[in-house]
Design a protein around this ligand. Structure first.
Ligand code: KG4
Ligand code: ZN
Length: 334
């Protein structure tokens, strides 16, 4: 008999709900982005929590309806419990627990980063570990060896800004609204990468990332070259940021015997990055996988996908698990 898992995601500024049939069939995927933050140039946690409170019920109802189901057909409910903005997590998490309690179905708490990894399986149902995963989002930049489902070895992570944060901050410097990553990519299409911004940590064998020096280099370049075309600055920054990612992936492939690379998270929807890693795959002989853009950015289908697997491997989570602002996949204790 089919399993229908409701996923709920409220870790940042997207209120999302999705129903998954079995492990990889997405019956509905509703994402409501909160535009209230745009005028502040970043996410305002208090406003995010308030917006989640307003949106969580209609978004969840819409997801169940769009799946052609009613609540009584659901077999489990999964929600993001960490990492993220506490006030935001504390909307979706208790909501999901209450649903599970009232419907008498299992509840599963999911790590948001694990959700991003499972987005790869939504797109590529045959995918099986081991593989190398790079989670490149607005809040996180992680390079992981996925040894088995829900079993990870962290190879590297960012020492300062996350990849998406760097895109957003540079986009802001160029006068683009928040979140500016996708808009910066658009602007870069009209420009040429003629400015050589420094790519950090080039001459070491670390698998960690650093983006804040690059952001500062763009800031100083703009100050010293007020007439420079924004399109060229965007294209040059994007080139350097992409090199930072591709360098680490190449390094990780050389150091491990992995032959599949998956990227996910909002930055993975960047087409130039996708093309570049795809080329690298041909050169170095690895298979390259990436979800479609709506599964790269925050969504609840990926949370349901991770939740179903967790339920299978470890059983339901306890109803008293806390929301946590910080959590790595190494402390895999949800
Ligand atoms: O995964 P995500 O939706 O949320 C987090 O978990 O943080 O990622 C959002 C991030 C934002 O920083 C956004 O600017 C960035 O992903 N992003 C992009 C692109 N689309 C979204 N960055 C570069 N190029 C894009 N096309
Ligand atoms: Zn995310």
């Amino acid at each position: 008999m089919s399993e229908f898992c409701l996923g709920i995601e409220t870790s940042c500024d997207e209120t999302a709900a999705s129903v998954l049939k079995d492990q990889t069939t997405v019956l509905s995927n509703i994402v409501s982005s909160q535009f209230v933050h745009s005028r502040y140039g970043g996410v305002v946690p208090e406003l995010a929590a308030r917006a989640h409170i307003q949106l969580i019920v209609p978004v969840t109802k819409a997801a169940v309806e769009a799946a052609g189901l009613n609540f009584s057909s659901l077999s489990c409910v999964a929600a993001t419990c960490a990492p993220g903005l506490l006030g935001a997590l504390l909307v979706g998490l208790p909501f999901a627990k209450a649903l599970s309690y009232s419907l008498n179905i299992p509840f599963v708490g999911v790590n948001h980063l694990e959700g991003h990894i499972f987005a790869l399986r939504l797109e590529h149902p045959q995918l099986s570990p081991p593989f190398l995963a790079a989670v490149l989002s607005g809040g996180h930049t992680e390079l992981l060896e996925v040894k088995g489902w829900c079993c990870y070895r962290q190879l590297g992570s960012t020492l300062d800004d996350a990849a998406g944060e760097a895109f957003d901050k540079v986009a802001k410097l160029l006068g683009l609204p928040y979140p500016g990553g996708a808009l910066l990519e658009e602007l870069a299409r009209e420009g040429k990468p003629t400015i050589r911004f420094p790519v950090p940590l080039q001459n070491t064998d670390t698998m960690d990332f650093s983006f804040s020096g690059l952001k500062t280099a763009v800031l100083y370049y703009r100050r010293d070259h007020p007439d420079a075309r924004h399109e060229d600055i965007a294209a040059s920054f994007q080139e350097a940021a992409i090199s930072e990612v591709t360098n680490r992936i190449t390094r990780a492939i050389a150091k491990t015997d992995l032959n599949t690379v998956g990227i996910s998270g909002g930055v993975a929807s960047n087409q130039v990055l996708r093309d570049r890693i795809s080329l690298l795959g041909k050169k170095y002989g690895f298979r390259f996988l990436v979800p479609r853009p709506e599964f790269c950015t925050d969504n609840a289908a990926m949370i349901a996908a991770a939740g179903i697997e967790r339920l299978k491997l470890f059983g339901p989570s306890r109803l008293n698990i806390p929301a946590r602002a910080r959590s790595t996949l190494a402390d895999n204790s949800v």
